[in-house]
Design a protein around this ligand. Structure first.
Ligand SMILES: Cc1cc2nc3c(=O)[nH]c(=O)nc-3n(C[C@H](O)[C@H](O)[C@H](O)COP(=O)(O)O)c2cc1C
Length: 169
């Protein structure tokens, strides 16, 4: 039997321990976008989840302090942009608290919901907001997918143990 107690959490893990443990799960990286009051808005999120095929539902969890939440609530639409491995700088820009997040990326509005689709992404899902549900200190944004697209030439950007990982080397 391998010895695991040295790295196991106490009964109720501390916040840093829980964060560190959860960071062992590798994820892709998305930028969730919308248009609010005529301006593009977006945030970096790796909590994206595919929820249902029929009906087509996807979700992303945003912290209750996220400023993007109120824009998403007002607009009723969102695009989930799945970043490609060359787009780490875009992930960093959309995770930063300040600065013009759209300064170094071209984008177009999606034809159905009108939210921004970023150039060069691996895949995108255009959604109308289905509902927002509060869980703990996050809101689950559920989106009903109305359109989608992908680029077979690019590999996804990954995130693992607090680091961006480039799988194409
Ligand atoms: C790789 C990565 C993934 C992230 N995933 C999420 C997420 O799923 N949900 C979330 O609320 N914040 C997430 N964040 C943090 C937000 O991007 C960050 O706090 C941002 O500044 C919030 O911006 P806002 O307040 O304008 O919405 C992530 C950050 C990084 C670097």
């Amino acid at each position: 039997m391998p010895e695991i107690s040295a790295s196991a959490a106490p009964l109720k893990p501390t916040l840093p321990h829980l964060r560190h443990t959860l960071g062992h799960f590798p994820t892709g990286v998305t930028v969730v976008t919308t248009i609010d009051d005529g301006k593009p808005v977006g945030v970096c999120a790796n909590s994206f989840v595919s929820v249902s095929l029929e009906p087509p539902l996807v979700g992303v969890f945003l912290k209750n302090t996220s400023r993007t939440l109120s824009s998403l609530r007002r607009s009723g639409s969102l695009v989930i942009n799945i970043l490609a491995d060359r787009q780490e700088h875009i992930a960093r820009a959309f995770a930063a608290p300040d600065g013009d997040r759209f300064a170094n990326v071209d984008w177009r509005v999606s034809s159905l919901s009108g939210a921004p689709v970023l150039d060069g992404v691996c895949a995108w899902l255009d959604c109308r907001t289905d509902r927002m549900i509060m869980y703990g200190d996050h809101y689950l944004m559920l989106g009903c997918v109305v359109d989608s697209g992908f680029n077979t030439d690019s590999m996804p950007l990954l995130f693992h143990r607090s680091r961006y990982v480039n799988i194409s080397g």
